[in-house]
Design a binder for this molecule. Structure first.
Ligand code: SF4
Ligand code: SF4
Length: 206
């Protein structure tokens, strides 16, 4: 009889734990319709930025490619022409590719870039069936022409813009309050039809 009472007690104790968790706040979120706030310095997928006048920040200097420890970046520069000026400098990136599978998201490319053209955003969704599909070229990296940020630079020799320093304030990865939605592509995703909801900032997670 004592043994049976002991077993009943053990079962009730086990069930009490189950019931307790039934009413506890769930730690899971309904991804992908709800996204979690990232840590402020989270390093996600890359973005190639523009100036407010639509010109590309990238001047094809290849410094990011040289700094990349994973050898993930390919840049082939080309000369700008008066008829077709893509960047404020003499050159622009005719071809720019990042192999996101090789990338270790260290941010060295971002640090090396003299024009703050390449930045790591809080975006992290990346999947495909083929490895080649995860080599991001300019058409996936470059923000749309009407999505430039920062003051338009003076036309200077060598393409070095006048607003270095200010870009750090507006760099997408440093906006803690707006997090994921701070990037241009984050804004686009918010407007898409699937009703992506952004969780309010959770300071304890930051
Ligand atoms: S984040 Fe690091 S590994 Fe990735 S492309 Fe930039 S430099 Fe290379
Ligand atoms: S992203 Fe920056 S470092 Fe890389 S080629 Fe363009 S301007 Fe140079």
């Amino acid at each position: 009889m004592r043994k049976q009472l002991y077993n009943v007690g053990a079962i009730l104790k086990g069930l009490s734990i189950t019931f307790r968790f039934m009413f506890a706040k769930r730690p899971t979120i309904e991804y992908p319709s709800v996204k979690k706030q990232h840590a402020p310095r989270f390093h996600g997928l890359h973005e190639l930025r523009r100036y407010a006048d639509g010109k590309e920040r990238c001047i094809g200097c290849e410094l990011c490619s040289s700094a990349c420890p994973a050898n993930a970046i390919t840049v082939i520069g080309a000369e700008n022409t008066p008829e077709d000026r893509k960047s404020p400098g003499e050159r622009h990136a005719a071809r720019y590719e990042i192999d996101e599978l090789r990338c270790i998201f260290c941010g060295m490319c971002e640090e090396a870039c003299p024009t703050d053209a390449i930045v790591l955003t809080p975006r992290f969704e990346m999947s495909d069936y083929k490895r080649g599909a995860l080599i991001y070229s300019k058409d996936r990296l470059l923000v749309p022409a009407d999505a430039g940020v920062g003051a338009a630079p003076d036309e200077r020799p060598n393409g070095i813009p006048g607003d270095l320093g200010r870009v750090a304030e507006i760099k997408s990865t440093t906006d803690i309050e707006r997090g994921y939605s701070a990037t241009n592509r984050g804004e686009i995703l918010k407007k898409q039809t699937r009703g992506l909801a952004i969780l309010p900032p959770q300071r304890e997670d930051v």
